[in-house]
Ligand binder design. Structure first.
Ligand code: DER
Length: 221
């Protein structure tokens, strides 16, 4: 079994009957949704929201009840992946292009559980280019403003076309190198008009479930 699946299925143990659950996005969250679907078939009663159209489709196919946001005021738990996790449990997310919906759902979750294999653990964030969601209007000016924060920018493409998020925006992958002050950078980026959000999740993860290649599952908190 792959490490992502081990971490994901371990985290699903934290979901209890009656909970309101946020479903993450990406190849690790995929396995959490699969396991949740199995437990729903076995009788688990939950209400769920998804952080992307692809995760919502997967959940619906599995019979996981997807509930309109207007019917929920908050979530008990969200299980999601990450591209990088540092020792403070700060994250880089957005590799799958879902960072905006993921951050909204995480914000309204009493508990955010991150699932990953050991490759995601880093000393300092930044080896993975930081995804930033921007609106299409005046995108060149927004790119210039990001570059002035001392990074190399790359508009994300999908088969020769610009990648478009579920929200109709673009993703810029920003290579800052080592990010020594992630909270400061997070706020500097959000200060640029045209930026919707970025993949820095600072102080949001409550638990991080790491599957190691020796088979050990480590829970960081
Ligand atoms: O896009 C995202 O934020 C995903 O959760 C990503 O960060 C992790 O994707 P993976 O589980 O496919 O590595």
């Amino acid at each position: 079994m792959n490490m992502k699946r081990i971490a994901a299925e371990y985290a699903v143990q934290y979901i209890e009957d009656g909970m309101k659950v946020g479903l993450g996005t990406g190849s690790t969250a995929y396995w959490a949704i699969q396991r949740i679907g199995e437990r729903v078939k076995e009788g688990l009663s939950i209400q769920a929201v998804a952080t992307s159209k692809v995760s919502e489709r997967q959940a619906i196919e599995l019979g996981i009840p997807i509930i309109p946001f207007r019917e929920l005021d908050s979530l008990d738990v969200t299980i999601d992946g990450a591209d990088e996790v540092n020792s403070d449990l700060d994250l880089i997310k957005g590799g799958g292009g879902a960072l905006l919906r993921e951050k909204i759902v995480a914000h309204h979750s009493k508990r955010l559980i991150i699932v990953a294999d050991e490759r995601k653990l880093v000393q300092t964030l930044g080896q993975f280019p930081l995804p930033v969601e921007i609106v299409p209007f005046a995108l060149e000016w927004t790119l210039n403003a990001l570059q002035r924060l001392d990074c190399r920018t790359q508009l994300r493409t999908d088969e020769e076309q610009l990648f478009v998020t579920d929200n109709g925006n673009y993703i810029v992958d920003c290579n800052f190198g080592s990010i020594e002050l992630p909270f400061k950078l997070h706020n500097e980026i959000l200060g640029i008009p045209g930026v919707v959000d970025n993949g820095l999740f600072i102080g949001r993860a409550d638990l991080v479930v790491i599957a190691h290649y020796d088979g050990i599952v480590e829970v960081l908190k």
